[in-house]
Each structure stands twice: as C-alpha cells, then as structure tokens.
Design a protein. Structure first.
Length: 401
C-alpha cells in the first residue's frame, strides 16, 4: 500500500461517505443548514428547488424539507450539495459556536493558510466527533501555561517549569518520547500521517473540539527528523495554551516556545561561548555539533543563540540566516518515515501498529471500534485522514480484521 500516492480527482470527490444510521445520527445532532447560503447560490444560478434536487440526486421534497429546516442532509448528500454549490463546510453548515472545531496551522512566511485549508480542516473536525465516545477516558488535570508570552524572561521561565515537570535538566536532550508522553497526558490524540512532501504549514494540523474537550493533532511523517521534533514541540505549545489555538498570537507563542524548549537558554549560552572562542570559519561547525547532539535543526540552534545574544546585550555571531539555510539545505536528512518503516511505504497493518505503539496514539484503536461496531466504511477513513481512496480501502480492510 502506498500511503503517499497522488490523489487523482479527489478534490471534487470530497466524499464517499458510507456511514450507518447510528454514526449518521452522531453527525447530525447539532447542525443546521445555512439556508441563506444555499438559496443565494441557487439564485445566482437561476435554479429551482427541483433543479437542485436533480443535481444532488435527491427528490424535490427532500430539498424542500432541508430548506424549511425539517430535515438535515445525509452525509453523502451533504457533501454532494457542497460540491454542487461550491460552498465550504463552514459556509454550508451552522454547527453552533460552542461546537465549531478550532483549527490551527503553523504560521509560516511564504506559505499561506487559505480558506480552503481552513474549510477542509473544519470538515475533518466535524467528522472526527463520532470518534470521541470510543476514545479512552481522558485526564481532567492537564498542564496549562496560564500567562503565555514571547518575552525572553517569561518564556525561559515557562520552559524551565516544563522541563522540570518532565524530569530533565536545562542542558538535557529533549527526546521524542518526552513530547509524545505529554500529548497523551493532556488528552491530545496524535494522528501520524503520510502526506508526502508538503508546504511547511501543511505538515501539522491542530483540530480542537471544544465541546468534547479533545484535541487531534495530525503530524506528517514525511519530514526530516529534526523538523518533526520542532513541529511536535510547536503543537505541544498549543495543547498547553488551548485558548490561543487558531490565533496569530498563539502561532507566535508556539514557535517561540518550541525553539526555547528544544534548545533552552543554558544550551544557547554554552553554544555562544564556545562559538566565540573559535575562528569564524568554525562557527557553523560548532552550532552543527549542538544541533546533532540535541537532534534539532541547525536553524533552531542558530535562532536560539541569536536570541540569547540579543537578550544578554552581546554581539551577534557573524552569520546570516541565509547562510544557515544554505548549509542546512545542502544535505537531505532522513525523514521520520524513513526511520520508522522498512520497507517504505508501509503496509497498512504495519502503519497502524507503528502509529499506535511509537506514538502512544488511541486514534486507530478508536477507529477500529467504529469500523467493527458501527460498520463505517473506507469513505470515512478517506475523509478524516485526507488519504487516497485506495489507501483508505487498505486501512479499512486492516481495521476490519
């Protein structure tokens, strides 16, 4: 099974959802159609209710019932309606403010999060809701950063407290297991995915369901190991500051926290002092040594050393960001998927096993229960994982046993 293969024609296909009645009921409980949006699109096209019904493949009476609020479309009809009218999920459906999924993509210069990204992610969030009742019970006592700030001193204090809670010192290497354990402790469900090479902001997707008090974090395994650690730390910051998720302030704090958590003040000071004792030609080598030891990117080390120097009123090391990028991009480091799967791409059962064991994720355990107990089909898996239908069929077969 190739979980990375291209998806031909899927943008228009959104949708081969085959939920049984029980799951369909879960999805319909709190939602109503935005009637004005539907009728507005009909007027633009000069369509009658009968014509819309023909396009969607339902009876005219069914459309009448929708527009009068008597009934809500079945999932397959709802998604056909969205495609037919060219309306995103959030423009077509009113889910109520308290139940609307909160979406966070990492802010990245030159990589814009579009309305399409947000709409698609909210649709995934709504479809994730039926998974929540079959997840294990979660802890109510969670770690929170109550006064998040990017100011150097306050950020340093937050990092010290976090590392202390993890039982590691400021000079210690923060491992992937430390991060994974924190997600599990704080009711954040990791969903490792194989999305291939993506734009930076698309390598992680944070979906918080406020009404259910559960967070799903999709992490693309097809990225460099050191970048993956930064993504994880960034997402952990969102988990610690749920009220900021989906805001510009939240993205700024998450980036600042991730860098400081992975390479704290004490490490940055040591790297700066050592670099200052070396000739200019050896500076990058010094920082690269620290990056390798801490399993983070050269860019992360460089940025943290720069922030330390600015805070301490010391001269910056004579290195430009573009030079760091050039050095870093001159070699292609291994990806997480390379490290986890041999051979790659993995078979469905191997992928599920690794996702569940390495990442301590209950996602596929819950999904298996839905497949077996509620008889949901491959279309549902296709939608919530944003995966090719062929791969979703393979996953469904593996989960169905």
């Amino acid at each position: 099974m190739s979980l990375n293969e291209e998806r031909a024609g899927l943008p228009q296909k959104l949708i081969e959802l085959d939920f049984e009645d029980g799951l369909r009921h879960d999805l319909q409980m709190t939602k109503t159609l935005r009637i004005d949006a539907v009728t507005g699109k009909m007027q633009e096209r000069g369509w009658t209710q009968a014509h819309l019904a023909e396009q969607v493949g339902v009876s005219a009476q069914t459309v009448t019932n929708w527009l009068k609020g008597r009934d809500f479309p079945r999932p397959s009809a709802l998604l056909k309606l969205a495609v037919t009218l060219g309306l995103g999920f959030e423009k077509l459906v009113d889910s109520g403010a308290s139940s609307e999924p909160i979406i966070a993509f990492r802010k990245k210069a030159g990589a814009k999060t579009t309305d399409h990204h947000i709409s698609k992610a909210r649709g995934i969030g709504q479809l994730l809701k039926p998974l929540v009742p079959v997840l294990p019970e979660t802890r109510q006592l969670r770690t929170l950063i109550t006064s998040p700030s990017c100011e150097y001193g306050q950020l340093r204090k937050a990092v010290e407290q976090t590392r202390s809670e993890l039982g590691i010192g400021q000079h210690a290497v923060l491992s992937y297991n430390h991060l994974i354990g924190q997600f599990k402790k704080n009711a954040a469900i990791l969903v490792p995915v194989l999305w291939g090479k993506k734009g930076n902001h698309e390598n992680a997707l944070h979906i918080r369901l406020p009404e259910e008090d559960v967070t799903f974090i999709f992490l693309n395994l097809d990225v460099r190991l050191e970048d993956f650690k930064f993504w994880m730390a960034h997402e952990l910051a969102h988990v610690y500051t749920p009220e900021l998720a989906g805001t510009e302030e939240g993205e700024d704090f998450a980036d600042a926290f991730a860098g400081a958590l992975l390479f704290p003040h004490e490490c940055a000071e040591s790297a700066y002092r050592e670099a200052c004792s070396q000739p200019k030609s050896a500076l990058i080598g010094v920082l690269a040594g620290y990056a390798d030891h801490h399993q983070v990117s050269l860019y992360t080390v460089h940025q943290q050393v720069k922030r330390f120097a600015k805070q301490a009123g010391l001269p910056l090391l004579p290195m430009e960001d573009k030079t760091i990028h050039q050095v870093r991009n001159s070699t292609a480091g291994p990806t997480v998927s390379d490290a986890l799967f041999d051979p790659a791409p993995p078979e469905a059962k191997n992928y599920i096993s690794i996702a569940s064991s390495v990442f301590q994720s209950d996602f596929f355990t819950a999904l298996e229960r839905l497949v077996k107990e509620r008889e949901v089909g491959a279309g549902y898996i296709q939608q919530i994982l944003d995966a090719p239908l062929k791969d979703s069929v393979s996953l469904h077969r593996a989960l169905a046993g």
